[in-house]
Design a protein around this ligand. Structure first.
Ligand code: FAD
Length: 597
């Protein structure tokens, strides 16, 4: 261990997406010495792919908008399972976080009056998403990254954390390897913020990038933290379905927000057939009213294409199953017949290029073919809503890796705002806590030695398994058996198969050396993916109802009893265990906001 590279910080942030960058800036501003580690190049985090915008009740387009309405929309979108305090802080603080980005140099699209423009998205009562065309994530990350670098925050790129280190019950640092050299590195830090993003690479069809292997979820679980709401995985209704090489790539919700409609192979706008009771009062029931809404929002109700994502994804799934799908197993998304080519190219430049280049489809001239794709995990590390601290002293989580904020279903645009609000809070509180620590917790040599041995284990394998085949089979299991529609038999089958897959990982052999070896890297990611997949399957089997991103065909209804229960996953002797916990109860002044409609 003495020969291993070492660095010492007050706060170590793992992940350099929106949440990690915002946390690092906040911790720095609070006086901490901050290190920022990321598995890919700085600027390449998932956040860069975000398209539609950042949800914040700024009231720039609709002056009636305010945090109470945003809070209410968010809770209803999550089918009331969100942690109320997180949803409250998020709605209250998001506008300031957007304005602050602008002060730091972000260039948002404008209203005719010169204010930050805001666009419509599903489940939001008012046009509320601050955006930069359909490339909002790029602008967000560019701004935060420039600021982090200008502040002199130490950045470790292409460096993957494989273990968190503890002294007794509290965090003491992290262990990782450089992707390029394969050499090890130890970070000493009394506060660690996890901002590692999501888990989508455990599914066959996903909008997520190679980085989304659930590392932070698994690291937290191993360190003794709880994961909450893991049964809730968001399948975005509109991913590309053709050609096969691009299956799953996201088609932003902005297409529908800007006027696009969904049709089946009979040309029918089928979403009118799928308006649930819960949203009837606020959804248009005729095409005429829905079309009028784009120009006169005060006097008309929203089109059903803009229902929350879980509703739209289920409807598409049902249409395809009933034989009314498009030629390649999706449905049609049509904006060409509803908006001019100039409008489409100005508002949706990335979508225009994406379809032209990847599918040879001109979206200004004809419809797109789209279908559900695994997009986001609502579940994540259970944290204190105000500070972002997990149950393990010194371990914080923010952004997609944290749970609770979005309940059973996230509204579009609410992730970018979540990253900013809770990234900042976690960074600040991690710094305050580090400042309170009298002597830095120690890292035991044995722990470092064990972490190194575990990281090198795949090279000692003698079996005939290849990490890529195991990953492929895992993705197939999750897609088929713990996907958008679930039932008990299939999930039990999935859990058996996960045991087999885990056993196969012990027989993996990795060829070659430690220098830039993707096979080895995947071999180290796989246990994380398996761990997280097991949490999803176990929690999903336990929750015998359908709600938000969790749909069971053996329990199709929403059950009020489950409406007040969270499921928490933790490790019990290395095995994933699930326990129930009552939902935190909402104060009356917030509860009253739901009586008004
Ligand atoms: P990320 O941005 O994913 O960053 C994770 C970081 O962790 C990366 O730097 C990664 O390298 C690092 N990391 C991971 N594991 C390790 C490890 N073991 N060691 C070291 N580093 C590690 N949301 C919206 O609100 N609005 C939108 O318009 C929108 N559009 C989207 C479009 C697409 C195509 C996709 C896929 C998502 C979209 N989302 C959108 C969701 C949103 O982009 C993500 O939820 C959000 O960016 C996650 O940010 P994050 O900071 O939590 O993680």
């Amino acid at each position: 261990p003495s020969s291993i590279e070492r660095h010492s910080f007050d706060v170590l942030v793992v992940g350099a997406g929106g949440a990690g960058l915002r946390a690092a800036i906040a911790a720095h501003d609070a006086g901490a010495k901050v290190g920022l580690v990321c598995k890919s190049l700085l600027g390449k985090a998932h956040t860069v792919m975000a398209e539609g915008g950042i949800a914040a009740a700024m009231g720039n387009v609709w002056s009636d908008d305010n945090w109470q309405v945003h809070f209410r929309d968010t809770m209803r979108g999550g089918k009331m399972l969100n942690h109320w305090r997180m949803a409250q802080l998020h709605a209250q603080e998001a506008p300031d976080r957007v304005r602050e980005l602008e002060e730091w140099g972000a260039l948002f699209d404008r209203t005719p009056d010169g204010l930050i423009s805001q666009r419509d998205f599903g489940g939001h009562r008012f046009a509320r998403l601050a955006h930069v065309g359909d490339r909002t994530g790029l602008e967000l990350i560019r701004t935060l990254q420039q600021r982090a670098v200008a502040l002199g925050i130490s950045v470790f790129m292409e460096c993957t954390v494989t273990q968190l280190l503890k002294e007794g019950d509290r965090l003491s640092g992290a262990f990782g390897y450089w992707r390029e050299s394969g050499r090890f590195v130890v970070f000493e830090a009394p506060s660690v913020v996890l901002a590692t993003g999501g888990i989508g690479k455990s599914y066959k069809v996903t909008s997520n990038s190679w980085e989304y292997t659930g590392d932070g979820h698994a690291l937290a679980l191993d360190a003794g933290a709880d994961l909450v709401n893991m049964e809730f995985v968001q399948f975005h209704p509109t991913g590309m379905v053709w050609p096969p090489s691009v299956n799953g790539i996201l088609v932003t919700e902005s297409v529908r927000g800007d006027g696009g409609v969904l049709r089946n192979n009979e040309g029918r706008r089928f979403m009118f057939d799928y308006i649930p009771e819960f949203f009837k009062a606020e959804t248009a029931d005729s095409e005429d009213e829905a079309d009028r809404w784009y120009d006169d929002k005060a006097n008309n109700r929203r089109p059903p294409e803009l229902l929350p994502r879980d509703e739209v994804a289920r409807a598409i799934n049902a249409e395809v199953k009933a034989g009314r799908g498009s030629p390649h197993g999706g449905v049609f998304l049509d904006i060409a017949s509803r908006r001019s080519p100039e409008y489409i190219q100005r508002r949706l430049p990335s979508m225009y290029h994406q379809f032209k280049e990847l599918a040879d489809v001109d979206i200004t001239a004809g419809p797109m073919e789209v279908g559900p794709t695994c997009h986001y995990v609502m579940g994540g590390v259970a944290v204190d809503p105000d500070t972002g601290e997990s149950g393990v002293t010194g371990l914080y989580a923010a952004g997609e890796v944290a749970g609770g904020m979005h309940g059973s279903n996230r509204l579009g645009g609410n992730s970018l705002s979540d990253l900013l609000v809770f990234g900042r809070r976690a960074g600040l509180n991690a710094a305050y806590a580090a400042a309170r620590v009298r002597s830095a917790p120690a890292i035991a040599d044995d722990d470092v030695r064990n972490a190194a041995t575990a990281a090198l284990a795949p090279f000692d394998g003698t079996g005939d398994e290849n990490p890529y085949t195991v990953q492929h089979d895992l993705q197939d299991v999750m897609h088929k058996l713990v996907g958008i529609i679930r039932n008990a038999d299939e999930m039990r089958d999935a859990l058996d198969k996960l045991v087999e897959l885990r056993e196969r990982t012990t027989r993996m052999t990795v060829e070659g050396h430690r220098q830039y070896n993707p096979g080895w890297h995947l071999a180290l990611d796989l246990p994380n993916m398996l761990q997280v997949s097991e949490c999803i399957a176990r929690a999903a089997l336990e929750r015998t109802e359908s709600r938000g991103g969790h749909t069971r065909d053996d329990f199709p209804g929403t059950d009020d009893t489950w409406g007040s229960v969270n499921l928490l996953c933790h490790l019990d002797d290395d095995a994933v265990a699930v326990r129930r916990q009552p939902l935190p109860s909402m104060p009356d002044e917030l509860r009253r906001l739901f009586d008004e409609t």
